[in-house]
Design a protein around this ligand. Structure first.
Ligand code: 6GU
Length: 228
């Protein structure tokens, strides 16, 4: 699998990738990551990539022609072009799972007040957002998509067991939160680890965990139980 991330801030990506498990996966060739500087596709003065909005108003709009030149140079058969933009659909685990089956994702970080609509109409397959709040641009969102998708690829996480049981995974036919975890010490500030977890009865432990996961979901995120 290959990811291209198109951005006006290529250096922004240096440490989040180097200082994470993603770097190991890249070394192991689980996936390939290419950070693309959008500015290098501009032939304009000062490598300009945006301009004033037609119709007036505040802010700047990213130019369709420069974005198009960039995407054309990256695109192959089977590529999926994703624009990170607050108008997009919110990323979910289900979307991440679908994206993990693609061969090539081009993630474009939107900036400023927006992106020329003609680029969206002609070149973008999917617009994604990471939630109902405003960021300065799509850079943080592209890292969210990269990490959620990349960790689903075989070889990114050593222990694939931990993928199956975690929060938001499709477990027991539904999407739910994780069960509570405990490690040593056995007594912390007067509070003991739940007895059942030191009983050695694996079937009972599994039942307890499933109940706790359901309880947590009902209490904290009842909306998840209604989602398909
Ligand atoms: Cl993808 N972009 C911006 N600018 N703001 C956001 C977002 C994306 N997702 C949530 N807020």
């Amino acid at each position: 699998m290959k990811f291209d991330i198109v951005t006006l801030f290529p250096n922004y990506f240096n440490s989040p990738i180097k200082e994470s498990l993603l770097a190991k996966a890249i070394d192991k060739k689980v996936f390939n990551l290419n950070i693309v500087d959008l500015r290098s596709f501009s032939n304009l003065n000062h490598k300009q990539v945006d301009d004033k909005p037609y119709g007036g108003g505040a802010g700047m709009v990213m130019r369709a022609d420069i974005l198009a030149a960039c995407v054309q140079s990256l695109k192959k058969r089977g590529s999926k072009v994703i624009l990170l933009d607050p108008t997009g659909q919110t990323v979910t685990q289900k979307i991440a799972l679908q994206l993990s089956k693609e061969t090539h994702l081009i993630l474009i970080c939107g900036r400023y007040e927006g992106v020329d609509q003609r680029f969206k109409d002609k070149y973008v397959d999917t617009q994604l957002s990471i939630g109902d709040y405003v960021l300065n641009g799509g850079e943080v969102a592209s890292l969210v998509v990269l990490e959620t998708v990349a960790r689903l690829l075989p070889g990114t996480i050593g222990n694939s067991d931990s993928l199956e049981n975690e929060s938001f995974s499709d477990r027991q036919g539904g999407i739910q939160l994780d069960y509570p975890h405990y490690t040593r010490p056995e007594v912390f500030e007067g509070i003991s680890v739940p007895e059942i977890l030191i009983s050695g009865n694996h079937q009972k432990i599994e039942e307890w965990r499933q109940n706790k996961a359901r309880e947590a979901t009902e209490k904290l995120r009842p909306d998840l139980l209604k989602r398909v």
